[in-house]
Design a binder for this molecule. Structure first.
Ligand code: SF4
Length: 357
């Protein structure tokens, strides 16, 4: 895949409105919609512009805030379907997700992602800051079983480190395609106190290596591309946390060659290198976690911005990286989280401070 001209994933934040007030929310989501959100005409133009990327077309992920806070969400899905994008949606575990809406969603998208951040109400609801959202999220996952490809998103941090084996058991009980683990970037409402340190991260990643070796669903990580290096070099089988996670999970220590990506083509996808994020008001960013604005879909051509803007050009070139990422032999298949480098150092080319190597 030629990242220099083609993104593989486009995230479109249709709104920042959400009924939840999650502790880690990068969008600092609010209860009310912003009147400056893109309207349907502008979204139609956006879909047409995006379809000008060379084939294969990028996958479009509809996100928020909570996309269900927009009453025109089904028209938005229709707009992207009309342009034949492979479509995914991620929405919040609230009562807005009625059975009628879920039925309609399952007809209009390929994948649905729901967040589970703890194996029980106490951990999940405390993190999401609203009681009842754990129960609702489980109900949504149960309802959508067999109707659509399911993905569970889990934000990994201090709040659920020792709960990971229980979350794995819960995730296993659904017929999911993908488990996506997000490693916190201190941006929006997320603070560094929630984040794992690099020693904790390598132990979690070593456990994840064995989870991936034993499970038939896909494991994906977000803002932790050094997992690619763990997959290539193998896990580190020691540490108190690693031992705890292994002891409490029903998985075997099988060492096998894990593909660096599902199809070994999309190597080294990081913020802006294979990804684009469009905010609710049309700003073009590398990802939602890296709030650098490279243009606006209201006035700029998104294909030009991705190919030519200085920010995206920098991010696509691993040979511009600084610090230990700049010297690392794995910079092409990892490259570190550019969002975390920016959040900590104010320089998106700096080393990833969470790198466990
Ligand atoms: S030094 Fe940078 S490129 Fe190398 S493994 Fe760590 S995060 Fe990845």
């Amino acid at each position: 895949m030629n990242f220099s001209e083609n993104p593989i994933i486009v995230f479109y934040e249709v709104t920042r409105a959400c009924l939840l007030t999650c502790k880690h929310c990068r969008a600092s989501a609010q209860k009310k919609r912003n009147p400056l959100e893109l309207n349907l005409d502008e979204i139609e133009k956006l879909a047409k512009d995006l379809s000008k990327f060379n084939n294969p077309k990028p996958m479009v992920i509809i996100t928020g805030g909570d996309p269900l806070m927009r009453e025109d969400i089904f028209q938005i899905l229709d707009i992207f379907n009309k342009e034949n994008f492979s479509l995914s949606i991620s929405f919040s575990g609230t009562k807005l997700a009625t059975p009628e809406k879920l039925d309609l969603i399952s007809k209009k998208v390929k994948n649905v992602a729901i967040s589970i951040d703890g194996s029980n109400e106490k951990i999940h609801d405390n993190f999401r800051n609203v009681n009842g959202t754990f129960k609702t999220s489980i109900e949504i996952l149960n309802y959508l079983q067999g109707k659509v490809n399911l993905q569970v998103n889990t934000t990994v941090g201090k709040h659920n480190l020792m709960d990971l084996p229980n979350i794995l058991r819960l995730v296993q009980s659904f017929n999911i395609k993908t488990w996506d683990l997000f490693f916190i970037v201190p941006t929006g409402r997320a603070t560094s106190e929630l984040s794992l340190n690099s020693d904790e991260i390598i132990q979690v990643m070593s456990w994840l290596y064995y989870v991936q070796s034993s499970m038939d669903f896909r494991i994906k990580v977000t803002e932790a591309p050094f997992y690619n290096r763990v997959k290539m070099e193998g896990p580190k089988d020691n540490g108190e946390i690693f031992n705890y996670l292994m002891k409490n999970s029903d998985i075997k220590m099988i060492k096998k060659m894990l593909p660096v990506t599902k199809d070994s083509k999309n190597l080294g996808v990081t913020d802006g290198r294979g990804t684009i994020f469009i905010s609710h008001i049309g700003e073009i960013q590398p990802t939602g976690f890296l709030p650098i604005i490279a243009g606006n879909v209201r006035k700029d051509n998104i294909v030009d911005v991705y190919i030519k803007s200085p920010v995206f050009r920098d991010l696509k070139d691993p040979y511009l990286l600084k610090g230990k990422c700049g010297k690392c032999n794995f910079r092409e298949i990892c490259g570190g989280s550019r969002a975390r480098a920016f959040a900590i150092y104010g320089d998106y080319l700096q080393e990833d401070p969470a790198c466990p190597f």
